[in-house]
Design a protein. Sequence first.
Length: 293
Amino acid sequence: SCCRTVGALAVRPRYCVFLKRRTAVGKHRTPLIKTLLWWRTRRREMSSDHDGKKLVRSPSGLRMVPESGALSSPFCLDEPQWVPDKECPRCIQCETKFDFITRKHHCRRCGRCFCDKCCSKKVPLPRMCFVDPVRQCVECALISQKETEFYDKQLKVLLNGATFFVMAGTLEKSETMVCRLSNNHRCLFLDGNSHYEIELARISSVQILTEGFTPGEKDIHTYTSLLESQYITEGGNTRATGMLLQYKVPGSDELKQMKFTTSEDFNSNKKLSATWLVAMHKAAKLLYESRDQ
């Protein structure tokens, strides 16, 4: 009964305004406010888990997509337009001429025309929400297989979260927080004495901090830009130790920065935190590709 009451309070507009005012200063935190904040976040996640989805049949196959496009995952790609048959007299890969015996097939990822030999693989394509594995050309199949590894392994790491020292904006004092990806993949949740929700769609850049350089080199070894640059560089034999995140808050064009660092104090969690950063770096690549589309 008490939990239901607290949960009801957390979603009322009056209490949401109260929380925003009270949480502006961390020293005024109380156990009740922390509980209300936790319930508010949980209710948002629960509502996102039950967002309606619909089964759509397209020429490429069956897709399970959200009823509203605004609720789709930021990692998703739009289904490509197929190249018209009259514009494809030959296979793009081997240049075999199409006829009654040699049929043409469209790659479900790029939409181009191939013969059966060059487009025979059926590979899962989770970024386009296909229910079953779909036909893809050799080049696209390799890319989809790598992305499937992200969905099977690294995405789970992001959802489980990891512990970091977080420094927000120009503040000099860092705070121990758990950072994790929301269940609908649309936000990063940071929970500690403070609480932050960062929309992935509003992240402008991600810089992964690594160790393992010669003295005098910059500590920013790996840089991933989601908006300004088309190039993504990766470090060699280095280990991720932190991340610089730049993002925009809703209703403002001002860039805000947040720094995440692992610590020797978290010996049992340091490896997990480094693994989370590697997964976030891969996620940043996929976000850029989605925007570039």
